[in-house]
Design a protein around this ligand. Structure first.
Ligand code: VGL
Ligand code: ZN
Length: 218
């Protein structure tokens, strides 16, 4: 299959294309293969899609999602916060640090908006639409509606966290939502990734590839 893309209604949402998630920043939150999605995303951006929005993890230096803020706790353990269970991460995405920048290789020509998220010290934000308390909005849905977007293609870093949570909220906000699977990095075991994909598909979210979005193999 392939897509007939509309310049106003279709938009690529690039989740967290930041060195903090790459081998470039080994002491932050390197995700296996994260750098490999950058050329795939750039290839999509060189194709028929007209516009893109980028989300940017932008944390307080003592963000509550950092294991360093919970004495005796280690990354990947969980803690109970007022809004629910939160996975603890190594320090990453610290606002205005080199690792939190938009990756220098990203072709930004079609990027019309950059949305910073996770900036409240006490609330994490995997999704570009809502913080992890599931209540605090980011304004992204309203912005996308204001500019006429109807269909979202989601790529970036990383499944099943920021990418999948963003996709779920995109669909809940009424956007036709596709995950560009080969343009997303993956963190964690396959069974968790598969379970998350099944949950998304049950909500009407579909999965596609960069080639299909690019119009090849049509
Ligand atoms: C992410 C964990 C913590 C992501 C961000 O971009 O998927 N994961 N912060
Ligand atoms: Zn983060």
């Amino acid at each position: 299959m392939s897509f007939t893309l509309h310049p106003e209604e279709d938009l690529l949402l690039v989740v967290d294309p930041q060195p903090t998630f790459m081998a470039l920043c080994p002491d932050e939150l390197p995700v296996p293969g994260a750098e490999a999605v950058m050329p795939v995303i750039n290839r999509i951006l060189a194709g028929p899609i007209a516009r893109a929005v980028v989300t940017q993890d932008w944390h307080h230096p003592r963000h509550l999602s950092f294991a360093s803020q919970h004495p005796g706790r280690r990354p990947l353990e969980t803690v109970d916060l007022p809004y629910g269970t939160q996975v603890l991460w190594p320090d990453h995405g610290v606002r205005a640090t080199p690792g939190a920048a938009i990756h220098a290789d990203l072709d930004q020509a079609k990027v019309v908006m950059i949305l910073r998220k996770g900036f409240r010290q006490a609330i994490d934000s995997y999704s570009g639409f809502r913080e992890n308390d599931r209540q605090t909005g980011t304004g992204l849905a309203e912005w996308l509606r204001a500019v006429g977007v109807r269909r979202l293609f989601i790529a970036g870093i990383t499944r099943p966290f920021c990418v999948d949570w963003t996709a779920e909220d995109a669909a809940a906000a009424g956007f036709e939502t596709w995950v560009v699977e080969d343009a997303c990095s993956r963190l964690g075991p396959d069974d968790a990734l598969d379970a998350s994909r099944n949950r998304l598909e049950a909500q009407g979210i579909r999965f596609t590839t960069a080639d299909q979005l690019h119009g090849e193999n049509a």
